[in-house]
Design a protein. Structure first.
Length: 397
């Protein structure tokens, strides 16, 4: 009698998402470096975050201008080296957004001496305050408009209030993000929930906040709440189609990948709630969005396997293997499915579907000491196939 290998108390754990730290609000940096009254080309501008120790670098172009992709709000040590690597400037400055959402940094380095013999200078940074243009001026007149341009009119009272609100919002958001990141890195999920809930209240259009909240709630076993957070995050990602170069979270590729991860988390939460149908739908959509769909397809494969849908499981396993040929457990599930559809002839010999032995031996090749290695060997014996024994030697080479 054929042994029933499939669904024999083998329940697969899915590949779970990782509760990753969230991104801080990233703001682009624009500005100009002057040395002795002239733009300084090919200089290295180094910004060191005093709180996180993160370092950002950029070189000035031929006109002394810098354009950095984005930094977080905070206090930074600003260093400037010339093309020869000599330090010309070092000072500590707060970095806050201006009214256009970017950080303006204009540095004027004057000739002179400092400790260590390097020239020193004074820096002026526009921080969105009324009357500051953030534009390069004439030598010795930092912040003044260049010749031939009209001065920017003073900001109105309403504009000043709006600038203050934006700056306060950015600073508050980054403080909450830092709290959430610290808690999540320490796997203190309960402590992370509060700041994340405040963040989604501040900006309900930011899908990244919902993703972080869903991850924390899932880790706490709050599966219904996690599903709700993921759903809101997916809706936020899909409804906000505006692409803002100053906000990495609006990048279409990043949003698409983020949606796939949220759908994977949602699928895992549905499984915890014993809602297999909803989990299959979530994993299926995740696989269609994820640029690297191997995990989504494997989760779909394992879910279909555990719920008894052999046809759906086999199709998903093939897709998981195609996306990642090194995922050993996908070969085990596929081999189990193939074994289950084997037949016996009139003499009692087991006739397994084509490719069964190759699939099972592939598992042993990839995971010779894996959790299912003994099961695989028994399956191979059952169908009368040779068990490869050289895989451990190959692994050790």
């Amino acid at each position: 009698m054929k042994r029933n290998w499939i669904f024999c108390a083998i329940v697969f754990a899915l590949f779970a998402f990782g509760a990753a730290p969230m991104w801080s609000q990233m703001l682009p940096v624009q500005g100009t470096v002057f040395y002795q009254g002239k733009p300084l080309p090919n200089a290295t501008v180094i910004l060191k975050n005093s709180g996180t120790a993160r370092i950002f670098k950029a070189k000035t172009n031929k006109d002394g201008e810098i354009n950095m992709a984005g930094i977080t709000v905070g206090t930074y040590v600003v260093e400037i080296d010339n093309a020869a690597g000599e330090q010309l400037f070092k000072d500590t400055k707060p970095m806050n957004p201006s009214s256009d959402g970017s950080i303006h940094l204009t540095i004027h380095i004057d000739e002179g001496g400092s400790s260590g013999g390097a020239p020193s200078g004074q820096a002026q940074q526009s921080q969105g305050q009324p009357g500051q243009t953030g534009q390069a001026g004439q030598p010795g007149q930092a912040g003044q408009p260049a010749e031939g341009t009209q001065p920017k009119p003073p900001a109105s009272k309403e504009e000043i209030e709006e600038i203050k609100k934006r700056n306060e919002k950015a600073v508050n958001s980054n403080a909450l993000i830092q709290k959430a990141n610290t808690a999540m890195a320490a796997k203190n999920w309960q402590e992370a929930v509060g700041p994340l809930q405040q963040l989604v209240a501040i900006d309900p259009t930011n899908w990244q906040y919902f993703a972080g909240l869903g991850d924390a709630q899932f880790s706490l076993g709050q599966y219904d709440q996690a599903v709700d957070a993921y759903e809101k995050g997916i809706q936020a990602a899909e409804s906000n189609t505006t692409v803002n170069p100053k906000d990495p979270g609006t990048d279409p590729a990043r949003k698409k990948s983020g949606e796939a991860k949220m759908l994977t988390g949602e699928g895992n939460a549905y499984l915890k709630l014993n809602k297999s149908k909803e989990a299959v739908a979530a994993f299926t959509k995740a696989a269609s969005l994820d640029p690297n769909p191997a995990i989504a397809y494997f989760n779909l494969c394992a879910t279909e396997y555990n719920t008894g849908n052999s046809e759906g499981a086999l199709e998903a396993c093939d897709k998981a293997i195609a996306a990642d040929p090194n995922k050993a457990d996908a070969y085990f599930i596929k081999g189990s499915l193939l074994i289950a559809s084997s037949k016996t002839d009139k003499d009692g010999k087991v006739i397994a579907p084509s490719g069964t032995a190759e699939t099972l031996n592939k598992y042993l090749e990839l995971s010779p000491s894996g959790a299912h290695a003994e099961d695989v060997k028994q399956m191979l014996q059952y169908i009368g196939s040779k068990i490869e024994t050289v895989y451990k030697q190959k692994k050790g080479k």
